[in-house]
Design a protein around this ligand. Structure first.
Ligand code: ADP
Ligand code: ASP
Ligand code: MG
Length: 421
């Protein structure tokens, strides 16, 4: 007997027929004698619709009420999943975040899980019930519903897996694993059998939305065995999971680097669109300037990504460029225009950039990955606006128009194209 958390994303629960299909995956594991928690997302498109309604009601709405509205999608699917499971003869009960409870901080719209009391879930599973839990939501210290940020059901699933000490957390989605690039953009992308936590963390934070970044962070910290697999498979065509820590692919296992025998230099190419660039020219060059710029932005909860500061030619002034999501561009500009004590000559910027990244643990020990990336982009006539690197990734900011071309070109350049395509 194993304990498994099974998470189903929006497309996997898009309508009653799909919920029934997902439930057959659950039944397969329940029939094999495993204890199961199911975490569900809202039906595909539902959360977007709910977010749209809050904006229509008022562009500057109260974040607590935003959460009250957008968390509702998951409640519908949790109830429906429990009904469908019961109908198949599988004992099941649904739980909203507050009923578990899943405790979070009070940062509405982007809350973090602080703890999960697993007693109820453990008791119910012990009684042979499948616990169906709403993803994406929890409850704040003030007792209000919170949401975890878009894509947050992945994080709910990993957090539940850690809390109930599950043997595995299976993320069922509309692709059959983690690919070397988004298979919708690169048809030749290849599925990775295994990917390290570090690489997955970079891929997720650099645009591969198959897993929410926070879920990977949490899985890494809590040592949760995480797999990504397809809910579209025939539920009876795949074997039930083995006991213990056995992983019953197909799919991708996210695991420690030392479990991966053949390490690639580059494992993936990702892209994040809608990145805006902001430049401050002629900023007075003295200690505390960067702190003043980025402190003002942080105070307004604006998440800054790539940052470049030039060496000051005259020792008096310098230029600083950074990126923010397009949606934050106007707010960031306003904050800097009004920041007290911040002196600069000119503020400029533009929306519509794309951050394209190549990622791989092999970069640690191989020189020349960055330079060959720049060469491949140059050969395709693509201009690079900003560059950042870390130990296992190189990212460039380019015009959004060339993003897909860049991803495909780099994918081919690093020999990642699947043989089967
Ligand atoms: P869910 O609704 O199940 O949470 P998401 O839409 O959030 O699913 O994530 C799955 C999608 O992630 C896929 O349909 C795919 O287009 C996209 N994706 C982006 N990059 C990758 C990648 N490297 N590997 C697999 N899928 C990716
Ligand atoms: N339904 C939420 C969203 O669309 C959470 C999730 O699906 O993970 O962002
Ligand atoms: Mg998702």
């Amino acid at each position: 007997m194993a304990r498994i958390v099974m998470k189903f994303g929006g497309t996997s629960v898009a309508d009653i027929e799909r919920i029934r299909h997902a439930a057959r995956h659950v039944k397969r594991e329940a029939d094999a004698g495993h204890q199961i928690c199911v975490v569900v997302s809202a039906m595909a498109g539902k959360t977007n619709e709910l977010v749209g309604w809050t904006r229509e009601a008022s562009p500057l709405h109260d974040a607590r009420e935003y959460d009250a509205v957008v968390a509702s999608g998951e409640q519908v699917t949790a109830g429906l999943m429990a009904i469908v499971l019961q109908d198949m003869g599988v004992p099941a009960r649904s739980f909203a975040g507050w009923q578990v409870p899943i405790l979070t901080n009070d940062v509405h719209g982007a809350a973090r899980i602080t703890s999960i009391n697993a007693r109820t879930l453990n008791d119910r599973m012990g009684d042979g019930q499948v616990c169906v839990i709403t993803g994406f939501q929890g409850i704040s210290p003030q007792g209000r519903i919170t949401t975890l940020g878009r894509g947050g059901s992945d994080t709910s699933a990993v957090a539940v897996a850690a809390a109930v000490e599950a043997d595995r957390c299976d993320i069922y989605t509309d692709v059959d694993g983690v690919y070397t690039a988004d298979p919708r953009v690169v048809p030749q992308a290849a599925r990775l059998d295994k990917v390290s936590f570090e690489e997955m963390l970079e891929m997720a934070s650099l645009g591969a939305k198959v897993l929410q970044t926070r879920s990977v962070e949490l899985a890494m910290a809590k040592k949760v065995r995480l797999s990504v697999r397809s809910s579209f498979d025939d539920p009876d065509g795949v074997p039930a999971s083995g006991g213990g820590k056995d992983w019953a692919g197909p799919g991708t296992l996210v695991c420690d680097e030392d479990e991966i025998v053949e390490k690639q230099i580059v494992s993936g190419v990702t892209c994040a669109k809608a990145e805006a660039k902001v430049t401050l020219r002629g900023v007075k060059d003295h200690p505390g300037v960067a702190a003043a710029v980025f402190g003002a932005l942080a105070d307004e909860q604006i998440v800054v990504d790539m940052i470049v500061q030039n060496i000051s030619e005259d020792g008096l002034s310098t230029d600083i460029t950074f990126t923010v999501p397009d949606s934050e561009f106007d707010k960031a500009s306003r904050v800097l225009e009004n920041a007290k004590g911040l002196e600069y000559d000119e503020l400029s910027g533009s929306k519509g950039g794309a951050k394209v990244s190549v990622i791989g643990v092999g970069m640690r020990s191989h020189a020349g990955v960055a330079s060959s990336m720049f060469r491949a982009l140059a050969d395709n006539g693509i201009n690079i606006q900003l560059i950042t690197t870390s130990e296992i990734k190189t990212s460039v900011l380019i015009d959004e128009e060339f993003a897909d071309l860049a991803v495909r070109a780099l994918h081919t350049y690093y020999g990642l194209d699947s043989q089967q395509a």
